[in-house]
Ligand binder design. Structure first.
Ligand code: GLN
Ligand code: ZN
Length: 773
């Protein structure tokens, strides 16, 4: 009897980010489509060959999206929001990029706001949100990209003399609808955000979405039939929403959908991941399909979870057990995997499959390019290494081999003290701060970063390569800081920043200076489209041996009499944007350790005379667990760690925080609980709905509602900016309002930055006159 080994999906960026470079060149018009497709095909070929070579039984394909899998499918189903005029003239390759970027590089269609994107569950990957009309049809199909992948994969198999069955990954129909948004009657013109932390609310409109199911199913059937005709044995329909707390109508939608898709071949396996099935266990087990996949890597009780699912599973169905963590860079604990899998094998025999918990998309591609410190040798596994791990686990299930590696425990020691809170109550603190800084009404400030120019990047690259000495690098960065201070001086900004020239990515910057992190050289992971991030890896107890920012900030302060904001990243964001264990207990310990390190930095900044310190928390809401039952604990811990990070601040030290969300409705109480003196937030893109949330809901501290959208290259007129403040004064007393852009300026150039800030300052002067009376 065999136990089939398979994965749920694989990174498509390539081991050297080939996909990214090929596509960006194509968009810039530097290569043609054929050349680009050749480059992409090389990565695709490697992805299939690596699976064959690793010894996987079933070869997975279909997930090789050129931008995003949800988008690929929306395009294949003929979804085209009306503002993309002329998109039907483009082939699916160009059309998907037009939707994703709002720009058609072939120049057939006009620029228009891109599709919005939002986080893919609790990962840092962002998918493109399909915009559906309430009368949407899905008839205008074009499956060519999916079909092409299947045929190519078949050729690669043949070339390798392999006859493994193929499995095609698609987003399942229920999740597809759930994750879409419904176009409102008055044309919404959303703008997609580049800062990697955008948040679109796709909840709501349930009835309208569900009413589309009957129209969508025939399209899925048609696609399944075509795949079956091509000889595809399996289709993996991803239904990650099965890990959410679904209400009755969505659960029923599952039954309705899959009753409508019964047709063999191909056989269907429905995949859940990122959490347990929870209340959807019965629904998932009873679906009229050939098998289901569960992710056992995100529960503290994996063994019980497997047993529970087996108990519910009808006796002819396959159970794929995702035991190799698709989101952890550590090797699998073979001993505990064997325990669980051997028992499952006894009960299921051939009906057991072994897989990765989720797609391996969320991991860096290959460890082979890393210089691994000796204490980590043999302990790490990236996507390519995980392929072999899955194969090993399938053998462990049958008892063909013995467990080899031991669990890689981080061996953490929690802080001995509990989280601390700063003293003083906001009103008194703010009065003392006002006495100290004597800021005008509506103080102006920016969020932290100023343009990251090509020169800055070049200097850092040279420094990293050893072509620029430490001293020369320091001089170069100081020159940037000086420019930044001079510009703010000319603009007449009230509270200055140093501009963050020395930071490529803020989380990576802090991780580099803390103990307990390892920063890989090539550990890139797709964040969205061609944007990749390189999350630091938590490898032990986190602490801060030396000051991380004090020298830069003091240098910046030495150049001006205006207050200079110390600029830090908060513990919640640093943890969320790193590779760290997924269990709650470990995360709570780590978050607090990071908070303690930041607290020491706050102390040193404060002692050096810095009086205003910003602690960014753009990922504060992102770490929210998928299941509502775990929310309360998360919020408590997140708030406590933020408060701990600034607990050392004196009452006349002003603590700022920054978040860039467009939706606070479900978390305002926790944002208030952070008790930062000033919070700067995004408001311009979300219209003024965001301010609405602050209305009468008890937010009593100071707020800087972003008066313009930094993602837009156009210079925003002062009038538009003033609307934000005129609206805000209706809800928030003038004395508690600040004026600032809605996010950092690092993606903008100097020209745009200066003209936008000039308008912002002019607008503020006018406001001061208006409201002085
Ligand atoms: N201080 C950071 C910056 O200005 C904040 C980044 C963010 O909100 N994502 O770049
Ligand atoms: Zn931001």
């Amino acid at each position: 009897m065999t136990v089939q080994a398979h994965i749920l999906g694989y990174p498509r960026i390539g081991d050297k980010r080939q996909t990214k470079f090929a596509l960006e060149k194509y968009w810039q018009g530097k290569t043609d489509k054929n050349e680009t497709l050749t480059k992409l095909n090389e990565v695709f070929t490697t992805n299939i060959t690596d699976q064959i070579k690793a010894g996987l039984d079933i070869i997975t394909t279909g997930d090789f999206a050129h931008y995003d899998l949800v988008l690929t499918q929306a395009v294949a189903f003929g979804v085209q929001p009306p503002r993309f005029v002329g998109a039907e003239k483009l082939d699916t390759f160009d059309r998907q990029f037009y939707f994703a970027r709002g720009r058609d590089s072939t120049k057939v269609c006009e620029d228009t706001p891109a599709l919005q994107m939002t986080k893919w569950f609790d990962t840092n990957y962002h998918y493109l949100v399909p915009e559906l009309d309430k009368n949407q049809t899905f008839d205008n199909t074009d499956f060519s990209q999916i079909i092409h992948q299947v045929k190519t994969a078949q050729q690669i198999l043949a070339q390798n003399n392999a006859n493994n069955p193929l499995k095609v990954v698609l987003v399942g129909p229920v999740s597809f609808l759930y994750l879409s948004s419904i176009i409102k009657d008055k044309e919404q013109q959303p703008e997609s955000c580049g800062c990697g932390s955008s948040h679109v609310d796709v909840t709501g409109d349930d009835e309208v979405k569900l009413a589309l199911l009957d129209k969508l199913l025939p399209t899925y059937s048609k696609l399944l039939a075509e795949l079956g005709d091509l000889g595809v044995e399996w289709v993996q329909l991803d239904e990650p929403i099965l890990s959410l707390d679904l209400d009755g109508k969505w659960q029923q939608a599952f039954e309705r959908a899959y009753n409508g898709l019964q047709r063999i071949p191909p056989k269907i396996i429905v995949a859940s991941y990122f959490d347990t099935l929870g209340n959807n266990c019965r629904v998932a087990c009873e679906l009229p399909v050939s098998g289901i996949h569960i992710d056992i890597t995100r529960t503290n009780t994996p063994k019980q979870y497997v047993t529970q699912v087996i108990d519910h599973l009808p006796s002819h169905k396959i159970l794929s057990v995702g035991v190799v963590d698709g989101r952890s860079v550590w090797t699998t604990d073979q001993a505990s995997a064997q325990q669980i899998l051997a028992e499952a094998y006894q009960k299921l025999g051939e009906r057991l499959w072994v897989g990765s918990g989720s797609s391996l998309l969320h991991l860096p591609v290959d460890l082979a390019y890393e210089n691994i410190p000796s204490e980590l040798t043999g302990k790490l596994a990236f996507a390519k290494q995980k392929l072999s791990e899955v194969v090993i686990c399938a053998k462990l299930a049958k008892g063909e081999i013995n467990a080899d590696t031991r669990a890689v425990a981080l061996n953490l020691s929690a802080l001995t003290d509990n989280a601390k809170t700063r003293t003083g109550e906001f009103t008194k603190r703010y009065a003392k701060q006002q006495e100290r800084f004597n800021l005008p009404l509506f103080p102006t400030t920016t969020i932290g970063s100023f343009p990251q120019t090509a020169e800055i990047r070049r200097a850092r690259a040279d420094w990293n390569k050893g072509n620029l000495s430490d001293d020369d690098y320091k001089t170069a960065m100081q020159a940037e800081i000086q420019k930044c201070v001079e510009e703010q001086e000319k603009l007449g900004i009230d509270v200055f920043v140093h501009g963050e020239a020395e930071r490529t990515d803020m989380v990576e910057y802090f991780a580099q200076y803390m103990n307990g992190f390892w920063v890989s050289a090539n550990g890139w992971v797709q964040s969205y489209g061609t944007r990749c991030v390189r999350p630091p890896i938590v490898v032990g107890n986190i602490s801060r041996p030396n000051a991380m920012t004090v020298e830069w900030i003091n240098y910046a302060q030495s150049l001006t009499k205006k207050p200079m904001k110390g600029m830090l990243t908060g513990p919640v964001t640093i943890l969320n944007w790193s590779f760290a264990p997924s269990d709650t207990e470990t995360r709570d310990i780590l978050r607090l350790q990071i908070a303690d390190a930041i607290n020491e930095e706050v102390r040193d900044l404060q002692e050096s005379g810095i009086g205003i310190i910003q602690i960014d928390e753009p990922a504060f809401r992102e770490g929210l667990p998928l299941k509502a039952a775990n929310h309360k604990h998360y919020w408590e811990q997140a708030v406590a760690s933020f408060k701990h990070s600034c607990s050392i601040a004196n009452e006349d030290t002003q603590i700022h925080t920054h978040m860039c969300y467009s939706s606070f409705h479900d978390c305002l109480e926790h944002i208030a609980g952070m008790d930062a003196d000033v919070i700067t937030i995004e408001t311009s893109r979300s219209g003024l709905q965001l301010l609405d949330a602050f209305k009468g809901e008890g937010y009593n501290n100071a707020i800087g509602p972003g008066v313009y959208d930094i993602h837009s290259p156009r210079t925003p007129p002062a009038d538009n900016m003033q609307v934000v403040i005129d609206e805000a004064v209706k809800y928030i007393p003038e004395a508690r309002l600040w004026v600032n852009p809605d996010c950092g300026l690092k993606t903008r150039n100097w020209e745009e930055t200066i003209s936008a800030l000039q308008n912002m300052v002019a607008m503020t002067k006018a406001l001061r006159e208006k409201y002085a009376k």
